[in-house]
Design a protein around this ligand. Structure first.
Ligand code: FES
Length: 130
């Protein structure tokens, strides 16, 4: 997926990632990663730009559910889920009330935002046919 470049000076929103399987996502053992995102970026872009390889089978166009994350706090700082997103996210394994598709969560507020990337994020892609 092409990650749109941003002006680093606009990356002022704190985004905390809790990684249940950090080795698989980053190749490192660190499971709490705090980075900065910019308004207008979605959370998938923020992850990929910072070396957190959240799955994104459809390339971020709301046509799969592989970028599923749990939005733990700061939800008021991202765009609300559309009907299309809600329909898609229902297909994700491990659905919870705070389930979102990271490619559809566009940063709109000043943060902070905290999300969790479940450990089955990677395996789901290989095991669930689409
Ligand atoms: Fe496919 Fe987000 S990458 S819905």
């Amino acid at each position: 997926m092409h990650v749109r470049p941003i002006d680093p000076s606009t990356a002022t929103v704190t985004v905390n990632f809790h990684l249940e399987d950090p080795e698989a996502l980053t190749g490192r053992a660190e499971d709490d990663v705090t980075v900065k995102g910019a308004k207008g970026q979605n959370l998938l872009e923020v992850a990929l730009m910072n070396g957190i390889n959240v799955e994104h089978a459809c390339g971020g166009v709301c046509a799969c559910s592989t970028c599923h994350i749990y939005l733990e706090s700061g939800g008021q700082n991202v765009s609300e889920a559309t009907e299309a997103e809600e329909d898609r996210v229902e297909e994700a394994p491990g659905l919870q009330r705070n389930s979102r598709l990271s490619c559809q969560c566009v940063i709109q507020g000043d943060g902070p935002i905290t999300l969790r990337v479940p450990s089955w994020n990677r395996n789901a892609v290989k095991e669930v046919p689409h």
